[in-house]
Each structure stands twice: as C-alpha cells, then as structure tokens.
Design a protein around this ligand. Sequence first.
Ligand code: DGJ
Length: 738
Amino acid sequence: MIEYNEKLRCYHLQTKSTSYIIHILGKGYVENLYYGKKINSVNDESINALLEKNGTGYGNSVVCPEDATCTLDSVSLEYSFEGTGDYRNLPIQIVMPGGETSAEFISTGYTTYKGIFKQCNTTGMPYAHAGINDEAIETLEIITKDTKTGIICKLVYTVYEKCDVITRRVVIDNVSNSAIKINKIMSMQLDLPDKHYRMYTYDGMWARERMQHIKQLESGIFVNASTTGSSSNRHNPYIMLEKNKGREAFKSCYAFNLIYSGNHYEAVEVSGYDKLRIMSGINPDKFEWTLDKETEFVTPEAIMSYSNEGVEMLSQTMHRFINTHIIANRWQGKERPVLINNWEATYFDFNEARLMKLARAAKEVGIELFVLDDGWFGDRNTDKTSLGDWNANERKLGGSLATFSRKIEELGMKFGLWFEPEMISEESELYKAHPDWAVKVPQRTTYTGRNQLFLDLTRTEVRDYVVDIVNKNIKEAHISYVKWDMNRHLTDAYSLGLGSRQGEFSHRYILGLYDLFERIVEENPEVLFEGCSSGGNRFDLGILYYMPQIWTSDDTDANERIDIQQGTAAGYPLSTMGAHVSAVPNHQTLRNTSLETRFNVACFGALGYELDVTRLTKAEKKIVINQIEFYKEYRKVFLYGDFYYEELDDGSIVWQVVSSDKNVSVLMLYQRLARVNSAHAVIRFAGLDKDAEYEITNRPQSISVKQFGELVNQVTPVHITEAGVLQSIINKVYMLDS
Ligand code: DGJ
C-alpha cells in the first residue's frame, strides 16, 4: 500500500511487515525517514519522532541556501547529486548541457498507481513481474526536476506488499535541448541512520562461486562489483546487511539485489556522521551513456527487503519473491525433470552409439531428460573450434539432430541441447563469413578466453543470425530443454556499430542479450531453459527472469557444493539451482565421496546426473533408482519448500526443507569429516507446525564394501583382498546398509 500525507509531505510505503517512509524536505530534496518494521500509524507524532533534528550548520560544512541548519552531507537522502555539499558516494553523475556535473533535482510531484511500473515493457530489460493475480502491487513515481535544465529524474518505487519487497529504479528524461552524458546512474540509494552492520557478500571465482563472506562495516566505502561484462562469479549482486549491535542485533537485516546480468555495483558507505549509504546499479566503471535530447534512460530494477527475524528469513523472502515475481508464470511451482547430462560422462568424445547407450541406462534408472552438451555441432571435438556453426555434426550423431532427438524421445525421455549462442570461434565457418561480427578493438591485440570471442550483440544483424539459427534447431529437432552457456569474460569491449559511443558497449551488450532472450526464450515458452556460464558465472535475476534454473557451478564435488549451494541459497531459491551427481574421483577435486552423499547434496536443487551411468554396478544402479524415486516423491519440497540451514558445533551442516503446508519436511545432516566417538549431534527441526505430530524416518542408504578396504576381512569368512577380483565382484552386486 502507498499513502501520501500532504500535510506531512510524507509517502508511506507499506508491505505486509515493513514500512518505508519518504519525506519531502523544505526545498524539495527527497529524504528517507525510515525503512524497517511496519509502523501502523503514520501521523504527526510518529513523523515528528522520525524527523532529524538539525542544530546549526557544522563547521566547514556546506549548508543549504534556504536553510543554514541543513547540510545535505548528513541528511538521509533517497537520491543524491553533485554540487550540493553531499560528499558521500553519489548515485548519479550527469554532464549537463552546460558542461557542469552539478545538478539539483527537486521534487515537483508524484503519481501512484496499481500494479508494476507502467513502462517496464519498453525498457528492454527484465523486471519483477506481477505474478499470477497479485493485486496488491502498487507503484509510486516521485518526479524530481533539475532546477536549471528541467531534466527529469523519476524515482520509481514498486511495492510488492505480500512479499515484503520494494523495488526501485530511476528514469532520466532528457527534456533539454541537447544531449547529456550519464557517467554514473544507480538504480537505488538508501541512507540508514546508523552504522552497526555486517555486510554479507557472495564471492568467488570459476568453480567456487558465491562463497559467503561477512564483513564488519567500518568507516569508508565497501564495494561489491563486477567488471567482467556479466554479473560474474567474483561478486554476486546479492548482498545483505545485518545489524550487529544493540537491541535488534542479528534480527534486523536488509537484502538487496539487482535484476541485471551485466557489470553491477553495490556500495555501502559508513559516512563521517556514522550513517550508512547503500546503493546498487550498473557499474559506473565501463559505463557511460549519451542521452540524446527528448529521450529517456531507465536503470535496471533494484530489489530491497527488510526483516526483523534475521537473515534466514530474509533469504526465504527472497525465495518467495523470486519464485513469484521473477520466474516466469509458466514455470511457477513446476517440477523440473531429473536429467542426465553427458558432459562429464563423455566430454567431446562421443558418437551416436555411446550416447544412446548412456540414454538407455539413464532411462532405466528413472531419468526423464537427456541433455546433449557441448560438441554436437560443426567440427567441435575440442574447445578451439566451431562456435557459431550451429549445424549438427551428423557423423557424430549418426544422422540429423531431429533423428537423434526422436531416438531419445522413443526411449520415453525428453531431449535437451547445449548452445553457446553469444560466442564465435575464430576457427569456424561463421568467422570466415563474418570476421567483423566478433568483438575486437581494431588494430589492438585481441584477448581470448577458452579460445573464443564474443559475438557483437549490440548489432541487430548479428542478433538476427543467432535468433534464426537457434530457433531453427529448437523447432526442427523438437528440443524440450536448452542449456544456454557462456564461457568467457568480456575484454576488447568495442563495436564497429557504436562510433564514438564505445563506453556504451557493456550495457548495450546486455540489452542485446535480453533481446535474444525475448526472441528465443519467449518464442519457445514450452522449452525449459537453463542458464549457464562456465558454471555459475551469471547467476542473477536477469537470467532467472527468462530461465527458471541456472547451472550452479562446474564444481560438482559434494563437499564443495555444500558451500556453493548454501551461499547461493542465501539469495536464490533451490528451484533455480542445477545440481548434479557426478563421478568419483570428482573431476574438479579428485575427492571421493559416496554415491549417497553426492545425491544427498544434489537433491537440494534441480537434480541431474552427470556421469557415465552405463558404468554403474548393479548395486549402484539400485541405489540410483532409489534416489530418483525418493527425489520424485519429495521433488516439490526440495524445489519450493522453505529452506533452513544450520552449522553445528563440529562444523556439520544441516539443510532442511519444509513444504508450504508444513506437512512434509526433509532434513540432511552433512558431516564434513568423519569423527570417531564424537558427541551426538543435536538437530533441531525448524519451521514445523508446533501443534502437529510428525513421523520421522531415515532414508535407507547404502555403503560400498570397497570403502572398508582390508578391514572387511574382520567379519568375512573368506579373505577379500583390497581392490582384488573378489572385492570387485562383491562390490558389483552388493552394498552394505549404512
Ligand atoms: C561450461 C559448463 O559449465 C559445463 O557444464 C559444460 O557445459 C561446458 N561449458 C561445455 O563446454
């Protein structure tokens, strides 16, 4: 709900449990009075209590011309600008028609309406949609105008009442007579009155994405950003702030995210007056935008939420919000197929016979979707070649893609296919025909990653090619699932089509990418798309708007996945995480974990298998059949249940999901290292109905004889040599109960 109190000059944005109060200061500066636990009555008294009481101007501070007691350097502002004495990190910098970077955006009016931001369909960017019949959404647009040029800066707030989320974006309308240059433009700024917070960030690199780090905030600016051209595996755009001093310590907390897949920037500043300034938006590094007269620039949409019940609840709020307002309505609450992916089973080394054998074995254990990964097209037997040539290698597939797909479907499985549509190999037919389509800076060394170059998605003819060729494959081969990969970071950001506006490349690339998604993903609504970028290099809300799940990481080791998946779950629902059972020794860490452990971790997500299932022993096959049956029985809870986690004293991890009706819960205890004679673990179930009675059962699990080595001889009548013939025969058919 949004209310405006004319007398108090206050907007009161209310969600189910939070209040956000904006106040218009004397001249028209837009002030933030409050964001936190819901305030039920906003009246003269409560506003008066919240208003900051200014004394006089402080020492050498710059003061407002009309009020010498007001220094904007200490006011909590909704959006701040240059040249007015606010020396904190500023959210915007515009080179005005006169060449100055000073601005004075003063509130001149507002509009409110039901539903989401009216222009969201025309921004070319993903946004938090209205969900299915959510009528409790309202939008507020506060119009501010630059006092000299009349240029408009609209502050847009959308309130998702039921989900406790408020989103923000900013629109610049250049109503002046000449072009202006935007050097920096954040989607949101929030000033909070005190500094005692810890900041949660989700950082990493390839194969160790979204590791949670908690930093104590101190004076200065803490930046969480990416410059790799995508939201990146380095610093995810999701951050949380948790109060860690005073009465509300470890309860009061905020979450922020950005619906954007490119370079992002989140900064939290502890100012000289011990206030906190938070902002989030497109990274100003590698961004500039020339805004022609009479045109608008709209920022990506930023997301905010507050909870007074701790960060775990905030994560659950994010899960609900993403599942309802980011994931496309057509995928809401939908169960995802258990898949087999051939990548770690075969890499590039496959032919039709090998794939069909894999598919048949997969079908036998209950797998529902066969995904053919990299290597099915052109001459792609290594990663040096053929990206861009999206024509099936019929020699490898034993016929056309359509024929191969039909063979899979005849087995009773769906067929899925890997693409990397944004890329081009220099060794490819496409490159021979269109060398200028590759992203390069003329007369400069070109830097490659995984032997490949970006296609210049800022150009329409390039996008048209990609749309046609990918759509043609999807249609002709009756594809039910697409894994959309992207395997390098951006360098050489330059387009032959951009002339002197090269600073716009990175953002225009992302707009080009979203155009591809609109024309490929939205054109094939029945196809399940899974995002991927060398694992989880682009795990963000922009991708999730189009693709309901993302390959979480190339690291499939169960122990590593504990940190990766738990870090990811801080901001994203389990339904969005692709999680696979792979072979041991694990291909990334060479670690051995049991087949059961690998499943126990992978089932907290969209489950798949990525190993050569034809090589499973009879006993292992039985285990996998049981695992998949179990997953199917509880799939909805794993994908959409409320997620709880806890670290026990000995470092063991507890993960738990609870169905929305609280009838079913599945809990996993993950012991990082086996200990001897250790204390009993005490597990507290969370989120259950306190008035209900629950029956608790363990999932029966098995353990291989091999794991006991020579020790097994302590109980066997005949001697079994470790790794000997007898052990391997027993191991094939028999497993011990664990
Ligand atoms: C990177 C992905 O993350 C992998 O799963 C696999 O699809 C490879 N690319 C294929 O090149």
